[in-house]
Design a protein around this ligand. Structure first.
Ligand SMILES: [Zn+2]
Length: 41
């Protein structure tokens, strides 16, 4: 259900396609696992 409706912003990354991690006082960006970096689901 919902997979074939219009794409919406990914809730895990708010549509950015990236997730930010803080590692040893540095910020790392990785592709969001929820939308694989597309920002849409
Ligand atoms: Zn996402």
């Amino acid at each position: 259900m919902g997979k074939h409706s219009k794409p919406v912003d990914c809730s895990m990354c708010n549509g950015t396609g990236k997730q930010t991690y803080n590692v040893d006082n540095k910020t790392e960006q990785r592709n969001c696992p929820g939308c694989h970096g597309t920002g849409k689901v």
